[in-house]
Design a binder for this molecule. Structure first.
Ligand code: NAD
Ligand code: ZN
Length: 346
C-alpha cells in the first residue's frame, strides 16, 4: 500500500476545504483501517466549510473532515478478532470512552467525553480511515455503499423517530431537510397514522413527498391548522419531531400538539432561542433532546428496517466523484438538495 492518501481537509482557518495528501493512518491494536468507498456530506461539514463561529471554536486545523462513510476493512489490529479484512462496513463516528458512568451502564451514546471523527479526530473524507473496531458496523450485502454512507444521518432520524411510540399516532415533523424526510419515512414505516411534514422550501417538500407517503405543508404559504382539519384530526398531533432548528417551527409545533403530546428535538437552534414555557407546561408536553444515535441499538434497528422495506434511497439526490467535491458542497449549500454522496473509488 502506498503510504500517502488523498484527503479533504480543513487546512486553513477560513472558508473552504482543500484536497490534500496525508499519510495513511497507522492503526493501533484495537483499530481497523477502512478503505473509503462513499461518503455523505452533512450539515456539519457545511459548518466546517463555512468556518462559522461553532466550527472556529470546535475544530482544530488541520483536520480531515467527514463522518458519513461506507467502505471496506483492509487491515485489522492485533486485538481485533471479530472483524475480517474484506468486510464491507459503515461505522459510528462518535468515539466514546468506556469509563464514564453512562458507558459503564451501556448507554454509550450518553458518554460525556464523546469525540467526533471529522470534527475532533481525523475524519472520513479520505481514501483511508482509522476507526476503533468497536465503532464498526458491518454492512449486509443488500445495503449498498451509497446507503451505507448515509446511515449516520438516517440514524439521527431513526433515533429521533423511535424516541416515542408512533404506532397509530399522528406525527408532525418540522423541517424537511434530509433528516426530517428520512424520519417521515421511518414514521410511516413503523405505523404512524398521519405523518405531516412542514418546511418553507418547496423543493424540500416535493422531495419529502417523493421519498415518503406524507402530507407536506409549506408553512410560508399555508395554515397548518387547515391541514389538521382536512385530515379530520380532532385534537392535534400526538408526537412531534423537531428537525429544523428553527424557533418558529418549534413554536408552531407546540401550538399544534395535543394535551400530553411528546416532542423529540433533533434540530439545533443557532443560538439561544425564546421558548414559551407556559404553553408547554399547560399542555403537559414532554420534550426530549436527541443527540447522535443510540450505540448500537439505533444501528441495529435501522439496518433491520432497511432489510424489511424501509426505502430512503431517493433522499440521495446527487452523486459526485470526489474530485468534484466543490460541486458537491455547492449543491448541498444550495439548501434544496437531498443527500449528496461523494465517490472515492475512482
Ligand atoms: P437542514 O438544514 O438540511 O434542514 C432543515 C430544514 O428546516 C430546511 O429544509 C429548512 O428550510 C427547514 N425550515 C426552516 N425554517 C422552517 C420552519 N419555520 N418550519 C419548518 N421548516 C423550516 O438540516 P438536516 O441536515 O436535515 O438536519 C436537521 C436538523 O438536525 C438541523 O438543525 C441539524 O443541525 C440537526 N442535527 C442534529 C443532530 C443531533 O445529533 N442532535 C445531528 C444531525 C443534525
Ligand atoms: Zn452527519
Amino acid at each position: 500500500m502506498n503510504n500517502e492518501m488523498k484527503a479533504l481537509s480543513k487546512l486553513h482557518s477560513r472558508e473552504g476545504l482543500w484536497m490534500t495528501h496525508a499519510p495513511v493512518p497507522e492503526i493501533g491494536p484495537d483499530d481497523v483501517l477502512i478503505k473509503i468507498n462513499k461518503t455523505g456530506i452533512c450539515g456539519t461539514d457545511i459548518h466546517i466549510w463555512n468556518w462559522d463561529d461553532w466550527a472556529a471554536h470546535t475544530v482544530p486545523v488541520p483536520m480531515i473532515t467527514g463522518h458519513e462513510f461506507a467502505g471496506v476493512i483492509v487491515e485489522t489490529g492485533s486485538n481485533v478478532m471479530d472483524l475480517e479484512v474484506g468486510q464491507r462496513c459503515s461505522g459510528e463516528g462518535h468515539l466514546i470512552g468506556k469509563t464514564s458512568r453512562q458507558s459503564r451502564a451501556g448507554k454509550f451514546h450518553l458518554d460525556p467525553g464523546t469525540r467526533g471523527i471529522g470534527v475532533n479526530e481525523q475524519g472520513a473524507f479520505a481514501q483511508y480511515l482509522r476507526l476503533p473496531a468497536f465503532n464498526v458496523v458491518p454492512l449486509p450485502d443488500e445495503i449498498s455503499d451509497d446507503i451505507g454512507a448515509i446511515l449516520d444521518p438516517l440514524g439521527n432520524a431513526v433515533h429521533t423517530a423511535l424516541s416515542f411510540d408512533l404506532v397509530g399516532e399522528d406525527v408532525l415533523i418540522t423541517g424537511a431537510g434530509p433528516i426530517g424526510i428520512m424520519a417521515a419515512a421511518v414514521a410511516r414505516h413503523v405505523g404512524a397514522r398521519h405523518v405531516v411534514i412542514t418546511d418553507i422550501n418547496p423543493d424540500r417538500l416535493a422531495l419529502a413527498a417523493e421519498v415518503a407517503d406524507v402530507v407536506p405543508v409549506n408553512v410560508a404559504e399555508a395554515d397548518l391548522a387547515e391541514t389538521v382539519s382536512d385530515l379530520k384530526m380532532k385534537q392535534g398531533f400526538d408526537v412531534g419531531l423537531e428537525m429544523s432548528g428553527n424557533q418558529r417551527a418549534l413554536d408552531q409545533m407546540v401550538e399544534a400538539m395535543t394535551m400530553g403530546g411528546r416532542i423529540a428535538m433533533l434540530g439545533i437552534p443557532p443560538g439561544k432561542s425564546p421558548v414559551d414555557w407556559s404553553r408547554i407546561v399547560f399542555k403537559a408536553i414532554t420534550i426530549k433532546g436527541v443527540y447522535g444515535r443510540e450505540i448500537f441499538e439505533t444501528w441495529y434497528k435501522m439496518i433491520a428496517m432497511l432489510q424489511n422495506g424501509l426505502d430512503i434511497s431517493r433522499v440521495i439526490t446527487h452523486r459526485f466523484p470526489v474530485d468534484e467535491f466543490e460541486a458537491g458542497f455547492a449543491t448541498m449549500k444550495s439548501g434544496s438538495s437531498g443527500k449528496v454522496v461523494l465517490d472515492w473509488t475512482g
